[in-house]
Ligand binder design. Structure first.
Ligand code: UD1
Ligand code: CA
Length: 516
């Protein structure tokens, strides 16, 4: 969590996030608030928005999926208070246990009567809600001297929601009536409660003591505090949001995908206005915590997740998925799947590369087509251009691994590290059997299985000597097209001898690598 945890004097005293509900319509073993959009759980979005207000206290009320949800709260924000709701159902009970826990915590700090001032109470399934919207609600609450300020929205179909009953003349709020308790006339109201409020702490505390379970759902309704405040002659006002998506709740997976797409659209829009080229926003997905520099280009089919960070002038995509990857200035990453990797400035990756955790590709280095790299450092200017696996290796600078070089790190039981120096050239189809060390400037012959260290400047040859069995085809495969071609070749050679290259023991096995 990046927002400050230093209390803001203009902010509310506390934020209480209600996260105890069951969310049955998700039809999931995962608690609803742990489902994610934009790479952050629904609960995480609520907590980030709450923290942006810099409240003195932040509490999250939990019950359904208690341990998992509590773990997520603590993972996101160690200073947040986790409060357990008991078996009494309803948003009113959730707010009550939250407030009691805050009062107890404040009491230990010396405020005997409990907390005072503005308390923001918000739902945990509204992922587009942001700190700015909450801040405007707190400001309106303060300016108007309200007991309760409600964020509302007007919808086409208000079925299921609490209706905002306004007073004729003043337009102030008289009550919130739940759908199941509403009269036919009240059900005509299309202004609804979003479950995002600011309460005066004292009104909330006393109001909740007066709330009963005597209603159509047998729940303690937080919304009943509105009528309580009005009965005390206090002011309750509603702020209608002009951006309904910011208050849209996530009841099922349909809503999850709609809100996820809208969040993504907003993220992409922000990056484009900040100087990032996104060629095809429809196929580009960028998580909330991704960081992009100006003049980054994102090609179609790209997904950037987690804490991925891309420096200026880099080009990502098409068809690339990066999670927690750092990409340096001017690097290009094409048709690649990578996680927890670092690609330094000017390096090139792909197409069809797989970067697993712990991969570090140095400046101007290259990881090419059909190459998988795991837990390996590849030095500046070094290249692994074609068809390779590099696992648990440290490679120096300016080295080239020939096509299909494999660093075999696993002996079937344990993983071992290999060290490859600078300016090394491995021949095509070299297998380096870990643990092995290749010295600076050394070569390996193509097709070698290298099981012993190769000293600096040496040529490592680890393969059988070639032997040609002359005339084998005509003897063993008579009558085949190969035998006929062989016979024609011998006849031609007899008629006009030409110089033929036959392998000799001093042929240079090192001219067999590939590069670029
Ligand atoms: C509530 C409001 C309704 C509003 C609607 C907006 C009440 C009585 N009704 O409806 O006016 O239009 O939200 O979506 O408040 N929660 C708990 N503990 C509980 C029950 C709920 O923590 O015992 C939490 C949920 O996790 C969720 C929030 O409170 O974050 C709202 O609960 P939900 O069941 O979605 O709303 P409703 O009660 O249907
Ligand atoms: Ca409910």
């Amino acid at each position: 969590m990046t927002a400050s945890t230093v209390p803001n004097p203009a902010g509310p005293t506390a934020v209480v996030i209600l996260a105890a509900g069951q969310g049955t319509r998700m039809k999931s073993t995962l608690p609803k608030v742990l489902h994610a959009v934009g790479g952050r759980s629904l609960l995480g979005h609520a907590m980030v928005a709450g923290r942006e207000l810099a409240p003195a206290h932040l509490a999250v009320v939990v019950r359904h999926g208690r341990d998992q949800v509590a773990a997520e709260v603590t993972r996101l924000d160690a200073a947040a208070l986790v409060v357990d709701q008991d078996e009494v159902p309803g948003t009113g009970r959730a707010a009550q246990v939250g407030l009691e826990a805050l009062d107890a915590a404040a009491g230990q700090g010396g405020t005997a009567g409990g907390i005072s001032g503005a308390v923001v109470v918000t739902a945990s399934d509204v992922p587009l809600l942001d700190g700015a919207t909450l801040g405007q609600l707190v400001a309106a609450h303060r300016e108007d001297g309200n007991a309760v300020t409600i964020l509302t929205t007007v919808v086409a179909d208000a079925t299921g929601y609490g209706r905002i009953v306004r007073e004729d003349g003043t337009g102030d709020v008289l009550a919130i009536v739940e759908h199941k308790d509403a009269t036919d006339a009240q059900r005509e109201i299309r202004e609804i409660n979003t479950s995002i409020f600011v309460f005066d702490a004292d009104v909330l505390r006393r109001g909740l003591r007066s709330v009963t379970q005597d209603n159509a759902q047998g729940e303690m309704y937080l919304t009943d505090v509105v009528a309580f405040a009005r009965a005390e002659g206090r002011t309750v006002r509603a702020v209608i949001t002009d951006d309904p998506m910011t208050v849209e709740g996530t009841n099922d997976r349909l809503a999850l995908s709609v809100l996820g797409a809208e969040l993504n659209r907003r993220i992409l829009e922000r990056w484009m206005l900040d100087g990032v080229t996104i060629v095809d926003p429809r196929t580009t997905w960028i998580d909330v915590d991704v960081d992009l520099a100006p003049d980054v280009t994102i090609l179609p089919g790209t997904q950037l997740h987690g804490a991925t960070k891309v420096e200026a002038g880099a080009t990502i995509g098409p068809d690339t998925t990066l999670t927690d990857v750092e990409v340096g200035e001017g690097a290009t990453v094409t048709r690649t799947h990578g996680s927890l990797a670092i690609i330094e400035a000017g390096a090139t990756v792909g197409p069809f590369s797989f970067l697993r955790p712990g991969t570090v590709l140095g400046a101007k280095g290259k990881i090419g087509a059909f190459v998988e790299v795991k837990n390996s450092q590849i030095g500046a200017g070094s290249k692994v251009p074609h068809l390779s696996y590099v696992g648990d290796a440290t490679i120096g600078e300016g080295t080239n691994l020939g096509a299909a070089t494999i660093v075999a790190n696993y002996d079937g039981v344990a993983k071992h590290r290999s060290v490859i120096g600078s300016q090394v050239r491995t021949g095509s189809d070299t297998v380096l059997v870990a643990p092995v060390t290749i010295g600076d400037g050394a070569y390996t012959a193509a097709g070698s299985v290298i099981t012993q260290d190769v000293p600096a400047g040496a040529l490592g040859v680890g393969r059988a000597q070639q032997h040609n069995s002359a005339g084998w085809v005509e003897r063993k495969r008579p009558g085949t097209p190969a035998a006929q071609a062989s016979a024609a070749a011998s006849a031609g050679a007899a008629a006009a001898p030409t110089s033929q290259n036959a392998p000799t023991s001093d042929a240079d096995p090192a001219s067999e690598g590939t590069s670029h």
